[in-house]
Design a protein around this ligand. Structure first.
Ligand code: BTN
Length: 253
């Protein structure tokens, strides 16, 4: 059953002092948040939508954005001057989403590098990040109330309700915004090693998983063997050569 309506007032009350823009329908919250960043709005500013008509995914994919079923948000991040570190921000965002989903649903999500949130082998949340001037716009989509998916992603996607958890999108949004603050704080204060260590402990994909990754030169297949200092994924191929994955869809082999 879909949850109708969204109590944005309760979110604004619980995230006091933060601008939260709510859109009944929008092309993509990425466009709205990029505009907010250009206008100079503070870190943590949120654009949230009930429906996206052209939701954007990573690697040129679209993001299935059924009205009323998911949490679709973009958030303005303002990294300290001179530090962009998008790969580490991507990992920190994944950790934040994993925490917020675990807290609100009672489920135990996994992370697939760089930041897909999985329940079992299926994806319940996806994250992207893009630069907008000096700001980073983080876009997060969580499948909350979806009871079905289009044929082409049915074998890959799941939702919190399909996994047995009934979660209010408002509670998830508040938990997510606070978890992002916390994890960006860890990155800023404790540095990249802290995030690398947390990710390595929180993701079954960080080490010891046989994976395939689409790369420009072909498919890389091997066993994951940790992250490098920049947050990129190391994969030991069967010929003993280590590949460093900068981007690309990682899947179990
Ligand atoms: C991925 O491909 O895994 C990333 C998906 C990111 C989807 C979210 S939904 C909210 C925000 N607006 C978009 O258009 N995309 C991101």
């Amino acid at each position: 059953m879909l949850s109708k309506g969204f109590d944005v007032a309760s979110v604004r009350e619980r995230l006091a002092g933060r601008r939260v823009d709510w859109h009944a329908t929008i092309d993509s919250t990425m466009t709205a948040a990029a505009k907010l960043a250009r206008e100079g709005h503070a870190a943590g500013t949120l654009a949230v939508a009930d429906e996206q008509t052209t939701g954007i995914g990573r690697h040129g994919h679209s993001w299935h954005s059924e009205p009323g079923a998911g949490l679709y948000l973009s958030l303005v991040i303002r990294p300290p001057a001179g530090t962009t570190e998008i790969p580490l921000v991507m990992l920190a965002l994944g950790l934040a989403a994993q925490d917020a989903i675990a807290q609100t649903s009672g489920l135990a999500p996994d992370l697939r590098w760089p930041n897909d949130v999985l329940i079992g082998s299926k994806k319940c949340a996806g994250i992207l990040a893009q630069m907008e001037g000096d700001a980073i716009i983080a876009g997060i989509g969580v499948n909350v109330h979806h009871t079905e998916f289009p044929e082409e992603i049915r074998h890959l996607a799941t939702s919190l309700v399909l996994e047995g958890a009934r979660v209010r999108r408002e509670d998830l949004l508040v938990a997510l915004a606070l978890a992002i603050d916390e994890h960006m704080g860890i990155l800023e204060t404790d540095g990249s090693a802290a995030i690398l260590d947390m990710f390595t402990r929180s993701s079954s994909y960080a080490a010891g998983r046989r994976v395939k990754v689409d790369q420009p030169g072909g498919i890389v297949e091997g066993i994951t063997c940790g992250l490098d200092a920049s947050g990129f994924l190391r994969v030991r191929q069967d010929n003993g050569i280590e590949a460093v994955i900068l981007a690309g869809g990682v899947r179990p082999a």
